[in-house]
Ligand binder design. Structure first.
Ligand code: GLN
Length: 504
C-alpha cells in the first residue's frame, strides 16, 4: 500500500499536505472547544454558562477528554478491520462537525449529546489519520520521523489558532456588543465559539475530500485476509456496539425510573475504575499471553513502564484545560501592554511554544547523535520539566492567595516548562511505541499510546474537581511533587531498562 517516493510537500509526499491541513482543522475544532469547556460549564447562568461548580465541571472535563482518547482504540480497530483508515477519517470528521453544530445550539440539553458525537468522531479520526501518515512512507524511508514532526506542527498550528478565535467570540466584550447590536443575547456568545469550531471542522472535511487524490490508495482497504475474516470482524463489531448501546440504555432506564441515582461524581468514579481495570487487563493480556519470544516480552515490559510514565506526564500536562485554565480565569491579570484578553486564549500558549521549540528539539536529537539519551531518560526528563512547571506556579498561587491577580509571565513560564517536557515525551513516545512493539500488535500500539493520554486526561479532570477544596499553593505543590516522584522512579529504571534491551 506504500506510494512511490514523492517529494511534493517540502520534500515529503504530497499526501502529507492533505493530512497536514485536515488534521490542522480537526485540532482547531478540538482545542477551540476545549478552551471553552471548563469556562462555559462554570460560568454563571446569567452569563450564558451552565452555572456548575468545579466539583461537577472537573469530572465532566476529565470524562470527556478521557473518552475522546479512549475511543481511539475502537476507532483504530474499526478502521483496521472494517472500513479502512480513509473512510474512518471522513466519517469521523463528519461526526465531529455534527457534534459542534449541536453544541452551538444555545440549550443545556444540547451539551452532552454534542460532546458524545465529538467523542465518537475523534475516536474514528485521530488515530487513523496518524496511521495514514505512516502509510505515505516506505518502511525504510528515512523521512518518516521528520514527516511525523511536520504533522505535529500542523496539530499545534490548529491548536494555536483555535482559542484565539473561540475565546474572542465567547468571552470578549466587542463580540458581545455585536450580538447586542444584532438584537441577540450577549450571553449566547459561548455558542458562537462552539459554532466556529464546527466551521473549522467543515474546512477540514472539505479539504480532505477535494485534496484526497494525493493519498492514492493508502488506507483505502481494511486489513482483512478473506471474506470470512471480514464477516467475522463485522459480527464482532455488531456484538461490541450492541453491548455498548444495551449498557447505556439500561443505565439510562434505571436512572429515569429512579432505581439508581447517578451523579457526575459517581459516573466519573465508575469510569475511573473501568479505565484502571481496562489498562491492567490489557497489559496483563499483552504480557502474559503466550507466543511472545523472550526478547519481545522484555520489550513489552519496557513499553508498560513507558506507558506509566506517559500517563503520569499527561495527567499533569493536560491540566492546561482544567486547573491552569481556572487559574488563568480567576487569578491572572489577563492583559499585555494594556491590552486585555479572554482567559481561554491561554490555551494557545503551549502550541505557540511547540511551534517554536519543535524544530530546536528535532535539531538537538540529531546533533546529539550517538549521545542521544534513551527513551526512558527522556521520559524521566519530561516528568522533571512538567513537575517544574507546577512548582513554578506555587509562588504564583501564594501571591494570588488573597484574591489578587498575578502577571502573565507566571503562566507563560509554566507553559514553557511544560512544552519542553512535551518535546521529551510526545514525539519520542510515539516513535518508541512503533520501534519496540512486536509487529503483530504494531497498530494496536497507536491506540495504547492514546490510552495513556486518556488516563492522564481523566486524572487531570479529577484534580480540577478539588480546585476549591485545597489551598492553591498546596494543590500545585502536590501535583509538582507527584510528577517528581515518578521522574525519580523512571530515572532509577533507566539502567535496568538499558540492560534489559541490550540483552533483548
Ligand atoms: N497535543 C497533541 C495532540 O493534540 C498531543 C496530545 C496528547 O497525546 N495528549 O495530538
Amino acid at each position: 500500500m506504500t506510494l512511490p517516493r514523492q517529494t511534493g510537500f517540502f520534500g515529503h509526499p504530497a499526501g502529507l499536505r492533505t493530512l497536514f491541513f485536515a488534521e490542522l482543522w480537526e485540532r482547531f475544532s478540538y482545542y477551540g472547544m476545549r478552551a471553552l469547556l471548563v469556562l462555559f460549564m462554570t460560568a454563571p447562568l446569567a452569563a450564558g454558562g451552565l452555572g456548575w461548580d468545579v466539583a461537577k465541571a472537573g469530572p465532566i472535563y476529565g470524562l470527556y477528554t478521557a473518552m475522546v482518547y479512549l475511543f481511539s482504540m475502537p476507532g483504530g480497530w474499526i478502521a483496521d478491520r472494517i472500513i479502512g483508515q480513509r473512510r474512518a477519517v471522513l466519517y469521523g470528521g463528519l461526526l465531529i462537525m455534527a457534534g459542534h453544530v449541536v453544541l452551538a445550539i444555545p440549550m443545556e440539553a444540547s451539551f452532552l449529546p454534542g460532546l458524545g458525537l465529538v467523542v465518537l468522531g475523534t475516536g474514528l479520526l485521530k488515530p487513523n489519520i496518524s496511521t495514514i501518515v505512516g502509510h505515505l512512507y516506505a518502511p525504510d524511508d528515512e523521512r518518516r520521523d521528520a514527516g511525523f514532526s511536520i504533522f505535529y506542527i500542523a496539530i499545534n498550528i490548529g491548536a494555536l489558532l483555535a482559542p484565539l478565535v473561540t475565546a474572542s467570540l465567547a468571552q470578549e466584550q466587542w463580540f458581545k456588543d455585536i450580538l447586542t447590536g444584532w438584537g441577540m443575547s450577549p450571553a449566547s456568545s459561548w455558542h458562537w465559539g462552539f459554532g466556529a469550531t464546527a466551521i473549522g471542522m467543515a474546512f477540514g472535511v472539505i479539504w480532505y475530500v477535494i485534496d484526497g487524490k494525493t493519498l492514492g490508495d493508502a488506507g483505502m482497504k481494511p486489513a482483512v485476509s478473506s471474506e470470512e475474516d471480514a464477516a467475522a470482524a463485522k459480527r464482532q463489531f455488531a456484538i461490541g456496539a450492541g453491548a455498548l448501546v444495551a449498557v447505556i440504555a439500561s443505565v439510562a432506564a434505571l436512572q429515569m425510573t429512579g432505581v439508581i441515582a447517578l451523579t457526575t461524581s459517581k459516573i466519573s468514579n465508575a469510569f475511573g475504575v473501568f479505565l484502571l481495570v481496562a489498562v491492567v487487563a490489557f497489559f496483563g493480556w499483552l504480557l502474559f499471553s503466550s507466543g511472545w519470544t523472550k526478547e519481545e516480552r522484555k520489550r513489552l515490559i519496557v513499553l508498560a513502564v513507558l506507558f506509566l510514565g506517559a500517563a503520569v506526564f499527561w495527567s499533569v500536562f493536560e491540566q492546561a484545560g482544567s486547573t491552569l485554565t481556572l487559574f488563568a480565569e480567576r487569578s491572572t491579570r489577563n492583559e499585555v501592554f494594556g491590552m486585555s484578553f479572554g482567559s481561554g486564549k491561554w490555551q494557545s500558549i503551549n502550541s505557540l511554544w511547540v511551534v517554536i521549540l519543535a524544530p530546536v528539539f528535532a535539531w538537538l536529537w540529531v546533533k546529539l547523535g550517538s549521545k542521544n539519551p534513551s527513551s526512558a531518560t527522556k521520559f524521566s526528563l519530561g516528568l522533571v520539566f512538567v513537575s517544574a512547571g507546577f512548582i513554578l506556579m506555587v509562588p504564583a498561587a501564594q501571591l494570588a492567595a488573597n484574591g489578587d491577580r498575578v502577571g502573565w509571565w507566571w503562566l507563560l513560564g509554566c507553559y514553557f516548562l511544560h512544552t519542553v517536557g512535551e518535546m521529551c515525551i510526545s514525539p519520542v513516545g510515539l516513535s518508541a511505541m512503533t520501534k519496540l512493539a512486536p509487529a503483530r500488535v504494531g497498530s494496536l500500539m497507536m491506540g495504547v499510546w492514546f490510552m495513556a493520554t486518556s488516563v492522564g486526561n481523566f486524572i487531570g479532570g479529577q484534580v480540577a474537581s478539588v480546585y476549591e477544596k485545597f489551598s492553591l499553593p498546596q494543590l500545585f505543590s502536590v501535583v509538582g511533587l507527584y510528577a517528581l516522584v515518578f521522574a525519580v522512579v523512571l530515572a532509577l529504571l533507566i539502567n535496568p531498562i538499558k540492560r534489559m534491551l541490550a540483552r533483548a
